[in-house]
Design a protein around this ligand. Structure first.
Ligand code: 5AD
Ligand code: SF4
Length: 441
């Protein structure tokens, strides 16, 4: 069978899609470049904001008509967070869907596709177990193609219950993979040509997996273990919760050479009042102290963050505090969103929801400031020589594109340099969200 996977949402979904691709390819199925021409279409869905949900229903409508013109065995499988959350709605609104798998049930994909290949007609299969341990135990251990920079999920789920967030309801409780399993997977990635690994988890720094000595190991311990792997050139991790940033993580940033000086540390808001109502478990001051602690150990470390504007009850004054915090930290990049009420979350039931026009206004102001900071950060790189890991070809001949240690996109015209090389690049120009540079002989 030819299969096509479309991923929505976060990097954890990209990782899951890759593992489904491995499972299907090693079972003898082939990748199709698009939905048209595929026998099986898999949508790996996201539910983080309402817009994400609605996008999937509109894509499903389009798939239905592709299905009607396609092979008799055309299958649609919905997996991921929105599948977990809205299986009943999917069956009601799109009864032609063949299977629905939550994010911790993706290991079932090969079995389901195999059954379909044998022409057994399926009733819609629904599996939403939230059992991450079982998923990792069952996933195929054969890896197909990998790029220079890849993800590795070390931890699933979330126990923090921020009042706006759907993730604890979709990916379930926190689960950490063991150090030995992670080290094995990292070694396999290196053998497949990977140079940079980004460890993934909703809350990576609350990682608490079984260590090589049988005792609990924290994220810093895992980072030190991975740093021993020959051939691993760069290590990153995301997403961190500010509450769990401790001295040992800061120490790792000071001591591990291949740990990149860039950290995504979402603060969400700069108002203590809003942080409390979000159940973030830290104050603005505590967040700033953690930033200082990291900067003391690794003075050049750059930060990115997520922000939510228009959380219920957010006043002009609260919003101004967020702008003040941004000015204090000076971010290298950031993502920002309008608050979107999610089903069964505490914040969705809060009074004083903020009107849409105010959310839009605030988002615009916030993004202007963040864009200014990103441009300033990039402009400060002009004239410097930055280590760049080239990850792919550019649009033009002899042009390669890669990332600096600070996660900036850099493109350069090169001679005798290949994808996978880390090279010093002299930065010549900062253009909107990326850098241009030259490799000096
Ligand atoms: N509305 C808007 N943004 C949200 N995020 C999470 N839940 C919501 C929501 N209900 C944002 C947070 C998080 C990022 C992945 O998405 O900023 O860090
Ligand atoms: Fe979307 Fe969150 Fe699920 Fe990732 S974990 S796919 S961002 S809802």
């Amino acid at each position: 069978m030819r299969f096509f996977i479309k991923s929505y949402g976060c990097q954890m979904n990209l990782y899951d899609s890759q593992r489904m691709c491995d499972a299907l390819t090693s079972a003898g199925h082939r990748i199709s470049p698009s939905a048209r021409g595929a026998d099986v279409v898999i949508l790996n869905t996201c539910s983080i904001r309402e817009k994400a949900d609605e996008k999937i229903f509109s894509d499903l409508g389009r798939l239905k008509s592709i299905g009607e013109e396609s092979s008799e065995n055309f299958m649609i499988i919905i997996v991921g967070c929105m599948a977990q959350l809205r299986s009943r709605d999917i069956i009601r609104r799109a009864p032609y869907v063949d299977a629905i798998l939550g994010p911790q049930d993706i290991h079932l994909i090969a079995e389901i596709v195999d059954d379909a290949a044998k022409n057994r007609r399926l009733d819609a299969i629904v599996s939403t177990s939230q059992d991450a341990e079982n998923k990792f135990a069952q996933l195929s251990d054969k890896f197909v193609d990998r790029n220079v920079s890849e993800f590795l999920t070390i931890q699933e789920g979330c126990d923090k219950f921020c009042t706006y967030c759907i993730v604890p309801h979709t990916r379930g409780r926190e689960f950490s993979r063991s150090v030995s399993e992670i080290v094995d997977e990292a070694n396999k990635l290196i053998s497949a040509g990977v140079k940079e690994i980004t460890l993934l988890g909703q809350n990576v720094n609350s990682y608490a997996g079984k260590g090589l000595d049988g005792k609990k190991c924290d994220l810093a311990g895992l980072l030190f273990e991975l740093a021993k792997i020959d051939g691993l050139k760069r290590l990153r991790y995301t997403t961190s919760h500010p509450k769990n940033v401790n001295e040992s993580i800061a120490e790792a940033h000071g001591d591990i050479e291949i740990l990149m000086p860039f950290l995504h540390l979402p603060v969400q808001s700069g108002s203590d009042d809003i942080l409390r109502r979000m159940n973030r478990k830290y104050t603005c001051d505590e967040y700033l102290r953690r930033i200082d602690m990291l900067r003391r150990r690794r003075p050049d470390i750059a930060f990115s963050s997520d922000f939510i504007v228009g959380f219920p009850g957010e006043t002009d004054d609260d919003f101004r505090r967020t702008l003040d915090l941004i000015k204090k930290v000076e971010y290298a990049q950031a993502y920002s969103f309008k608050y979107s009420p999610r089903p069964n979350t505490v914040a969705a039931r809060m009074d004083d929801q903020v009107p849409e026009n105010i959310k839009s206004e605030r988002l615009q102001i916030l993004q202007n400031l963040l864009n200014e900071q990103q441009l300033k950060f990039n402009q400060n790189s002009v004239g410097r020589r930055l280590n760049v890991l080239f990850t792919k070809s550019g649009k033009h001949k002899k042009q390669l594109v890669g990332r600096s240690e600070y996660s900036q996109a850099v493109s350069a015209y090169v001679d005798g340099v290949s994808v996978g090389d880390i090279v010093k690049v002299k930065i010549t120009e900062a253009v909107s969200h990326s850098l241009l540079g030259t490799v000096e002989p």
